[in-house]
Design a protein around this ligand. Sequence first.
Ligand SMILES: CC(C)(COP(=O)(O)OP(=O)(O)OC[C@H]1O[C@@H](n2cnc3c(N)ncnc32)[C@H](O)[C@@H]1OP(=O)(O)O)[C@@H](O)C(=O)NCCC(=O)NCCS
Length: 147
Amino acid sequence: MQDSLDFSIIEHGSHAYEQACLLRDEMLRKPLGLSLFDEDLDAESGFIHVVGLDEAGAVQAYLHLKPIDLEVVKMQQVVVAPHLQGRGIGRKLVNFSEEHARGAGYREVILHSREVVMDFYAALGYRKEGEVFMEVKLPHYRHRKEL
Ligand SMILES: CC(C)(COP(=O)(O)OP(=O)(O)OC[C@H]1O[C@@H](n2cnc3c(N)ncnc32)[C@H](O)[C@@H]1OP(=O)(O)O)[C@@H](O)C(=O)NCCC(=O)NCCS
């Protein structure tokens, strides 16, 4: 099985974006009885969309960065396909995205982590802030990292 993916920035509305939406829906919404396609995906047109593609060009990992202001982006919708988890791909996806954000002039990444994956973000240098809160039916914590 392939362990490394090619990471790249893709366009909103592209074929890869549509594939990524299916992966996001499967992993982050359907298990909660929700559908990603009930959400306003047009609102994501100004976001930075990052994918990890396998040798066949299929999307196996995704996240996006939502610009908050000229210095801060919010990382959201971080997913690695189940059969590829635990092999360092999530770390590479986040590293690639941080590098891109730094190159674009951003200085800080903020995110809301599901409680169950907080150790993933801690391993990548994200600092937990404040109290637990509920979002999309699950407990979350705010995190941030300076680039
Ligand atoms: C969270 C997720 C993106 C991690 O991707 P991954 O490719 O499995 O992660 P990696 O193999 O790169 O792991 C990097 C580090 O984080 C740790 N880690 C990974 N997943 C973890 C988890 N679920 N809980 C705790 N630690 C985790 C690893 O042990 C590793 O630490 P190390 O380098 O010190 O050994 C992936 O498990 C996923 O898609 N989960 C489902 C969707 C989800 O919950 N997304 C986050 C929404 S906030």
